[in-house]
Design a protein around this ligand. Structure first.
Ligand code: SF4
Length: 232
C-alpha cells in the first residue's frame, strides 16, 4: 500500500473504529454463521479447557478432556481427589501436563476451600475485581482469565489471542506492539458490552484466522476483501 494512501486509510480506521469493529464482526458472521462457542458441557469444563489450551492446539485439549471425562466427573472435587501423577497422565495429550495438573489442582482447591466448589460464586461480583482475583492464580494470564469470564461466567470480558492480534494488524487497526490490555480495551471501549457479541466475535476471529487469515493468508477468497488493508 502506498504511503499517502496508507495514512488516509489509517485516519479512516481510527475515526471509524466502532463501525469498523462491528463491520468485521458482521461480515464474518454472515460468512461463517453462528459458531456457538465454547465447546463444553459445563462452566467448570470451560475452566479446565482454558487451562489446558495454553500453548497447544485445541484438538490436543479435546483428547485430554475426553480422557479426564472417562476417568472422573469434571468437578473440582474430582480434580482435587486425583493423585497428581494420575491427573498428569490423563491430561498428557495437552502438553505441559505437570505444570497444568498442578495449576488445575491449585485452582480447584481454592474453589473448594473458599467457595465450596461453587464456580458461580467465585466469578460473581464486579468484573474488574473478579478478573484481578483470577489473575492472581498461578498459570492464569489475561487470555485465560478472560476466557473463563466470558465463556464460563458469561460476563462481557473480551478475549484477545494471537489470532486477534494477527487479524487486526493485517486489517490496519493495530500498528503492532500493542499490549494485551490495549487490544482488549480497544474492543471493550468500542463495542457494546454484550456477552453474546464478545462470545461470537472471538469465535469468529479464530475461525477467520484458521480458514483465511492464516500465516500465509488466502486473501483472494477472504470475506473481508476488499476492505482489509492486507498489511503483511
Ligand atoms: S484479506 Fe487477507 S490479510 Fe486481510 S483478513 Fe483476509 S486473509 Fe487476512
Amino acid at each position: 500500500m502506498r504511503r499517502g494512501k496508507r495514512q488516509e486509510y489509517d485516519r479512516f480506521r481510527v475515526e471509524n473504529l466502532k463501525d469498523t469493529l462491528l463491520f468485521i464482526c458482521n461480515r464474518l458472521a454472515e460468512h461463517f454463521g453462528p459458531l456457538h462457542w465454547w465447546p463444553a458441557d459445563s462452566p467448570f469444563e470451560v475452566v479446565i479447557g482454558a487451562f489446558l489450551t495454553q500453548n497447544t492446539a485445541w484438538r490436543n485439549v479435546e483428547l485430554a478432556i475426553a480422557a479426564l471425562k472417562r476417568a472422573v466427573p469434571l468437578t473440582p472435587q474430582a480434580i482435587c481427589g486425583l493423585e497428581r501423577q494420575r491427573l498428569e497422565e490423563l491430561i498428557r495429550p495437552a502438553g505441559f501436563f505437570r505444570q497444568k495438573a498442578q495449576r488445575l489442582q491449585l485452582f480447584s482447591g481454592d474453589l473448594l476451600e473458599h467457595y465450596q466448589g461453587d464456580l458461580d460464586a467465585m466469578l460473581a461480583g464486579p468484573l474488574p475485581q473478579v478478573r484481578r482475583y483470577l489473575l492472581e492464580f498461578k498459570g492464569v494470564g489475561p487470555e485465560t482469565a478472560d476466557s473463563i469470564l466470558l465463556y464460563a461466567a458469561h460476563r462481557p470480558s473480551f478475549v484477545v489471542d494471537a489470532y486477534t492480534r494477527r487479524l487486526l494488524q493485517r486489517y490496519g487497526i493495530l500498528q503492532g506492539g500493542e499490549s494485551y490490555e490495549q487490544i482488549r480495551t480497544l474492543f471493550m471501549e468500542n463495542l457494546p458490552l454484550q456477552t453474546d457479541l464478545f462470545n461470537e466475535y472471538h469465535a469468529l476471529i479464530v475461525e477467520q484466522c484458521k480458514t483465511f487469515c492464516r500465516k500465509r493468508p488466502l486473501c483472494d477468497s477472504c470475506p473481508l476483501q476488499p476492505h482489509c488493508a492486507v498489511i503483511l
